[in-house]
Design a protein around this ligand. Structure first.
Ligand code: HEC
Ligand code: HEC
Length: 206
């Protein structure tokens, strides 16, 4: 595993510890509104777009389905590439909880799945039948080339047992926001339900 994934894991582990000692953050409507104001005021929108949709020119999409708040916080405190560093002086952890509430409240836009760089794949993946074999179909079409026909690994690591480490929702988050050499397939190639179906399929790999 690459150092960045280790950092993300460590950050989530730490956040779990903190969660046990402090009351859970309530993401109510007030947070969503405050978060939207902060998202504008602190300039996130200039690079990530007014509804977090991202731009090929200036910054990746942050919504829908933002990174978990603790991973996002760890990221803005120690960003990479062109993303500027926001210290806790100019953007508190509380501000980030509210920005996260705003991003999490942004609905998925079905149109977005049909646009984009990798759009040859979009038609196939979104027209797949909603049946039990869907996760497998997505896996065979989009993952097997790197992770092996039965998940044993190849260009990418083995996925057998990965849900024990990351959980099914952790696999979904990773597919939405991958690190390292893993390509970003969501939302251009995979729809939200494709991501969920393939994560379920991955959980069944033995
Ligand atoms: C000057 C442009 C700019 C501003 C302003 C900016 N970002 Fe970014 N952000 C980027 C770029 C570019 C990246 C991708 C960096 C890379 O991977 O090379 C990024 C990456 C991120 C990521 C990681 C996304 C992922 O999927 O890996 C998060 C989270 C993020 N930004 C949150 C924020 C938040 C929250 C704000 C406002 C407080 C903000 N950014 C302001 C340019 C910006
Ligand atoms: C072009 C090759 C490629 C494709 C296609 C690909 N992956 Fe990956 N994947 C990778 C690589 C490389 C990594 C290791 C990333 C890193 O360095 O952190 C990875 C990592 C992962 C991880 C994290 C593994 C761990 O040990 O924590 C998961 C989960 C995953 N991929 C799932 C998928 C799923 C599901 C699909 C299909 C929807 C997919 N991948 C498609 C190359 C690929």
């Amino acid at each position: 595993m690459k150092p960045i994934s280790m950092i993300a894991l460590a950050a989530s582990a730490l956040a779990c510890l903190i969660d046990m000692t402090s009351p859970p953050a309530m993401a109510g409507q007030l947070d969503v509104e405050a978060g939207q104001a902060l998202y504008m005021k602190k300039g996130c929108y200039e690079c990530h777009g007014p509804v977090g949709q991202g731009s090929i020119m200036s910054g990746p999409a942050l919504a829908p389905s933002p990174l978990p708040v603790e991973v996002m916080t760890a990221y803005v405190r120690s960003p990479k590439g062109q993303m500027p560093l926001y210290s806790s002086k100019i953007l508190s952890d509380r501000d980030l909880v509210q920005i996260h509430a705003y991003l999490a409240a942004i609905p998925a836009s079905p149109e977005a799945n049909r646009i984009g760089l990798l759009s040859e794949g979009a038609a196939t993946s979104s027209s797949l039948k909603e049946d039990d074999g869907r996760g497998q179909q997505v896996y065979v079409a989009r993952c097997a080339s790197c992770h092996g026909a039965s998940g044993g690994g190849g260009v990418g690591p083995s996925l057998v047992g990965v849900t024990q480490r990351r959980g099914v929702s952790g696999v979904e988050s990773f597919v939405r926001n991958p690190s390292g050499a893993m390509p970003r397939l969501f939302p251009q190639v995979l729809t939200e339900s494709d991501v969920q179906a393939v994560a379920q399929y991955v959980a069944g790999l033995r």
